[in-house]
Design a protein around this ligand. Structure first.
Ligand code: IPM
Ligand code: MN
Length: 379
């Protein structure tokens, strides 16, 4: 029987509660489909930072880099650690360190879930956002400069760029803050190729989302690479969308979309909108994927510290992320069975958390989905 070693970072706030349910369901699927999971628990998060001053060490990054998939709860607790430290020091750190350039975010309305969109059903809302995950405004290149400051030399750390910027900032302002968005040809190409391949497996329609009418340099390059790549995929229908307009189309015509490829920051924004039209953050999973390296699967929502320990929040996003993780490990049947079980739970509508109008606890929902996985697999 296959045994997978999977590092788990439960993290902060509700992280440990939802991860417990994700593990429960994955283990149930393991019983049915014949595999074991060895969970390797990692302590990173607010408490670990307060106790040790460490976000995540180089040594731990190396250690975790030996595995194919990490299961992540959520990070951050502003009551303990200033916002940004753990997000940048652990989450973004891992996305960059493992070069997880694909951020997969399904936007899929499941039957039995209410969408705030009038007259839309599960037939209308089923697309995949592929968020580029290692470039754009997330590269960490920026600074704050006070009047009269000297010339600054900034170096972009990632190998694929190896770029140095010499910035001479003259300003009449007392102080300016700036942030540089970077799109590289290689970085754009690999995400486009992944997205076109994915579109080929789906409804053969790929939409690019950018803002090439204003940020003409970085998103101009993005569009060029999109157009060049499209030539190798004549069977895939394509279009360009400006990000502001796409927020309208997601609401008005979600059925138009199949696969959406977008730079990092716009991807961050439009996937919260995507989560809302599929029923809320409690139902939105995400995968940070490096097909040849270490990937990481997580719920899209945050740590919600005020709900910690209340057994209240919806674990479905985390359970669904667990299905994405199993799919990534090659356990496709088990992954499909988990998604089916989530669908069945939602369709039955009896065991649901407060966000979906129910009164069940986090653990009740996890147990119900685990039960359905076993019933469907006849164990
Ligand atoms: C997300 C989150 C992160 C992001 C934050 C927590 C750094 O919002 O995964 O969407 O901006 O990518
Ligand atoms: Mn986000």
């Amino acid at each position: 029987m296959a045994t997978y070693k999977v590092p788990v970072i439960s993290g902060d706030g509700i992280g440990p509660e939802v991860i417990a349910e994700g593990k429960k369901v994955i283990e149930a699927a393991g019983e049915v489909y014949g595999f074991n999971v060895d969970w390797i628990h990692m302590p990173f998060g607010a408490d670990h930072y307060v106790a040790t001053g460490e976000t995540i060490s180089e040594e731990s990054l190396k250690e975790l880099g030996r595995y194919r998939a990490i299961y992540l709860g959520s990070l951050g607790d502003e009551r303990k650690v200033k916002a940004g430290i753990l997000e940048k020091g652990v989450l973004l750190k891992m996305r960059f360190y493992y070069d997880q350039y694909i951020n997969l975010r399904p936007v899929k309305l499941l039957d039995g879930v209410e969408t705030p969109l009038k007259n839309k059903t599960s037939k209308d809302i089923d697309f995949m956002v592929v968020r580029e995950n290692t470039e754009d405004f997330y590269v960490g290149l920026g600074g704050r400069v006070k009047k009269g400051a000297e010339k600054q030399e900034l170096e972009l750390k990632r190998d694929i760029y190896a770029v140095k910027f010499n910035l001479d900032i003259e300003t009449d302002s007392d102080e300016i803050g700036y942030q540089i968005g970077v799109v590289s040809r290689e970085g754009a190409k690999r995400i486009m190729e992944y997205s076109f391949d994915l579109a080929r497996q789906r409804r053969k329609h790929l939409s690019s989302v950018d803002k090439a009418n204003v940020m003409t340099e970085c998103y101009g390059l993005w569009r060029d690479v999109f157009t060049e790549t499209a030539k190798n995929y004549p069977d895939v229908q394509t279009d360009f969308n400006f990000v502001d307009a796409v927020t309208m189309w997601f609401v008005k015509n979600p059925e138009f979309f199949d696969v959406v490829v977008t730079p990092n920051m716009f991807g961050d924004i439009i996937t919260d909108l995507g989560a809302m039209i599929q029923g809320g953050l409690g139902l939105a999973p995400g995968g940070n994927v490096n097909p040849k390296g270490t990937s990481m699967f997580e719920p899209m929502g945050g740590s919600a510290p005020k709900y910690k320990g209340l057994n209240k929040v919806n674990p479905i996003a985390t359970i669904w992320a667990g299905a994405l993780l199993l799919d990534h490990l090659g356990e496709k049947q088990a992954a499909d069975a988990i998604v089916k079980a989530i669908e069945a739970n939602l369709k039955q509508g009896k065991v649901r958390t407060y966000d979906l109008g129910g009164t069940a606890g986090t653990s009740d929902v996890g147990s119900d989905i685990a039960r359905i996985v076993k019933v469907q697999g006849q164990i």
